[in-house]
Design a protein around this ligand. Structure first.
Ligand code: PAF
Length: 282
């Protein structure tokens, strides 16, 4: 398996692929790969001639330095896992300098308000960091398609907006959330959950599923109150937010209308580990 650490190497490789009139599917990751990532890779392999996976813990998207420090870095395991899926996958695992050239600062973006909702309210500058790295990776690799998980639904919408605003010729493919048998959405952060928190965390998806049923018959306010109660009734998980929002604008729902699609979004702390999830409501 080819593993490149410098952008000039991956650029040269990608250029050759395009010259051969082959397509490039791209899966950007921060490593600590789990089955959710591998499902994106498998989808990319199915739909493209070649697949590039980037592994880079992007410092500018972390609002919390402790979180950045503790983020798992498991390059050897990650490349072994990818090689077990296909030896044809190409990995781009750059250093911070290769991406930021000595100036590790995010660019500033407007994503027409998408960045102001939910995660944007709790993680200052996060989406500027995501926009910066995703745009740079697209410019380096110039993929035909790029794959993002719906667990980070707001990120997926923002990447679509980025591509539209900067006219970047890449198709963004959103992929369903991959879940553990308990229902917990797969995340690189799950590995850090202590046993009692891992046992408690499936409550998040359980609450989302019931909220979906309740949303069919009750107001959004009532559903939100009910969700808050479920977290108040236990000690291990701390609800940061639960929001029912319009799927397109991500604005919190005001009045339910049949013409719009809604999604419920949640962020929860399990100890010091922040977990997010979401569910389509209609
Ligand atoms: O979703 C992630 O893992 C990251 O936000 C991404 C898209 C790889 C950018 O660093």
């Amino acid at each position: 398996m080819k593993i490149f650490s410098e952008k000039k190497q991956i650029q040269k490789y990608a250029e050759q692929i395009r010259k051969n009139r082959e397509t490039i599917g791209f899966v950007p990751t921060m490593g600590a790969l789990h089955d959710g990532h591998l499902s994106l890779v498998e989808q990319a392999l199915e739909n493209n001639d070649k697949v590039v996976v980037s592994i880079f813990v992007n410092p500018t998207q972390f609002d919390n330095p402790e979180d950045l420090k503790k983020y798992p870095r498991t390059l050897k395991d990650d490349t072994d896992r990818l090689a077990s899926v296909s030896k044809d996958i190409v990995v781009y695992a750059p250093s911070t300098d290769d991406i930021y050239e000595g100036h590790t600062v995010a660019d500033t973006f407007s994503f027409d308000g998408l960045e102001e909702e939910m995660e944007g309210q709790f993680r200052a500058g996060h989406f500027d960091g995501v926009g910066t790295i995703v745009k740079r990776l697209f410019e380096i690799i110039r993929p035909h398609c790029a794959y993002f998980g719906e667990k980070d639904f707001q990120q997926l919408m923002i990447v679509k907006k980025l591509v539209e605003k900067y006219d970047i010729p890449v198709e963004i493919v959103g992929c369903e959330i991959h879940r553990e048998p308990s229902g917990l959405a797969m995340s690189s952060r799950n590995e850090r959950l202590k046993p009692q928190f891992r046992e408690a965390a499936p409550l998040i998806y359980k609450v989302l599923r019931t909220a979906k049923l309740k949303f069919g018959i009750e107001s959004a306010n009532k559903v939100t109150e009910w969700v808050q109660e479920q977290f108040d009734n236990q000690d291990l998980l701390k609800l940061e937010y639960f929001t029912i929002a319009d799927t397109k604008t991500l604005k919190p729902i005001k009045r339910k209308t049949k013409k719009r699609n809604y999604r419920a979004f949640i962020a929860v702390y399990a100890d010091d580990i922040r977990l997010i999830d979401n569910i389509a409501l209609n």
